[in-house]
Design a protein around this ligand. Structure first.
Ligand SMILES: Cc1cc2nc3c(=O)[nH]c(=O)nc-3n(C[C@H](O)[C@H](O)[C@H](O)COP(=O)(O)OP(=O)(O)OC[C@H]3O[C@@H](n4cnc5c(N)ncnc54)[C@H](O)[C@@H]3O)c2cc1C
Length: 408
């Protein structure tokens, strides 16, 4: 694709070198476009590398319908279109194409065998270089000046007037990794609707007793079922000094956050032995305790670890009768009183509204400017769904740019 007046290739500026921006850059450069990526941090992909610390859960292996159900309802239909362009199988094949063998974990999550992001990122940067992508780090986009993109760089201000732009500036969580949402007013001034950022995949405050906080903060409660407002998920919760976090909590975090914003608090119920029915559990608890302490006896006959037993004891005395004790084990209710902030959230909800972009992800208020990744307003739990949508939207935005340049 070339610039009609000069027969030089059209130029595209990608801003933000996270998964969404780099994927857009790869796709754009593969079609022969001249691509420059600007990144405000001294190096690229910092949040991607941070995700690698947890093993880099790239995507999930479940079938399309349940996969799609993980995305919050208002955005789900749009995300479905992105996943048609770049599915979880495509993402896995892409990682394998970069020499990163992948495997499906016991929970269905997909990881690279290396269980980190750095080898994948290194191989990706080699590919981008071979495609002629120019990456400028320490180059912070500061908005538009007289219609040109303006960047703050170590050599002073720099402006660019490319043929098309992809904005992939990330959300608003973990700002120290680069995505600080400072761009919000510049887009709003350009007539783009931006929904306020809110923490997602985040922990919640619980007023623990000093004993539980001091002895059990940092300990996981594994293999439990968590329920809020009629929705139940299997997973784990992690006791934190401030309250509770972990995969199972994150899976319910959107609803819990909304309930706390609305009502001031929210109830989260934990079933500590979800594989045993209440009658079956009651039956086990009929076994005589003898001289054993209650804790030891519970550990032996229903396999509860000390942290789970401490949870049972929070707030009120532990019942000793088998029926009420079984009911408590299958229904520990925590009152969540607050939401941790954006700086501690794994991701954010909010951002450029999906009504502000067309199906190609081009800003309706700013033709030629496309948006991808977490800076768009969609939300999903951890489990690979975040990276999957970030990558897929980068693919869609790149396709949108090439289509738009052709029909312009
Ligand atoms: C601790 C942690 C663990 C995670 N683990 C997982 C996981 O296992 N699986 C999963 O699916 N997801 C995970 N995520 C989420 C995932 O990393 C993000 O959803 C994903 O990185 C979003 O990609 P993105 O490209 O949209 O944005 P980002 O990765 O945030 O990239 C945006 C880039 O834009 C740059 N930028 C911002 N403003 C400017 C500007 N003005 N000028 C120039 N550059 C700018 C930023 O510096 C940044 O590099 C995790 C997140 C965290 C914090």
């Amino acid at each position: 694709m070339t610039d009609a007046s000069s027969s030089a290739p059209s130029t595209v500026t990608v801003i933000g070198a996270g998964p969404a921006g780099l994927m857009a850059a790869e796709r754009l450069a593969s079609t022969g476009l001249r691509v420059t990526v600007h990144e405000r941090m001294p190096s690229v992909g910092r949040k991607f590398l941070m995700a690698g610390r947890g093993g880099l859960n790239l995507t999930h292996s479940e079938p399309p319908a349940p996969f799609l159900d993980r995305y919050d309802a208002p955005a789900r239909e749009r995300v479905a279109e992105w996943l048609k362009s770049f599915s979880s199988a495509d993402l896995t094949a892409w990682a394998e194409g970069l020499g990163q063998e992948t495997f499906v974990g016991s929970s269905g999550r997909v990881f690279p065998r290396a269980m980190k992001a750095s080898p994948l990122l290194r191989a990706w940067l080699v590919r981008l270089e071979s495609l002629g992508v120019e990456i400028r780090t320490r180059s912070r986009w500061t908005g538009w000046k007289d219609g040109a993109l303006s960047f703050d760089t170590p050599d002073g201000e720099r402006t660019e007037r490319p043929d098309a732009v992809v904005l992939a500036l990330g959300g608003a969580s973990w700002a120290r990794l680069g995505s600080d949402a400072a761009w919000t007013p510049w887009l709003e001034e350009a007539g783009v609707a931006v929904a306020p950022f809110r923490p997602s995949n985040v922990g919640f405050d619980v007023a623990w007793s000093p004993l539980l906080r001091d002895r059990f903060a940092g300990q996981p409660i594994k293999g439990i079922a968590l329920t809020h407002a009629g929705r139940t998920v299997r997973g784990e919760a992690m006791i934190a000094a401030y309250g509770v976090e972990g995969g199972g909590v994150y899976a319910l975090s959107a609803g819990l956050r909304d309930a706390i914003e609305r009502d001031g608090s929210a109830e989260l119920t934990l079933d500590l032995r979800p594989d045993l029915s209440r009658p079956a559990l009651t039956q086990k608890l009929l076994k005589p305790r003898g001289k054993e302490s209650l804790s030891n006896w519970l550990r032996k006959i229903v396999h509860l670890d000390p942290a789970a037993i401490a949870l049972l004891r929070e707030g009120e005395p532990l019942p000793t009768e088998p029926g009420p004790l079984a009911a408590r084990i299958k229904g520990v209710t925590l009152t969540l009183t607050g939401v941790q902030g954006l700086s501690r959230a794994i991701s954010s909800a909010g951002g450029v509204t999906l009504d502000a972009v067309d199906e190609r992800l081009m800003l309706k208020a700013r033709p030629g400017v496309f948006v991808a990744g977490e800076m768009l307003d969609w939300e999903a739990p951890t489990g690979g769904y975040l990276l999957q949508a970030a990558f897929a939207s980068g693919v869609v935005a790149a396709q949108g740019v090439t289509d738009w340049l052709q029909t312009r």
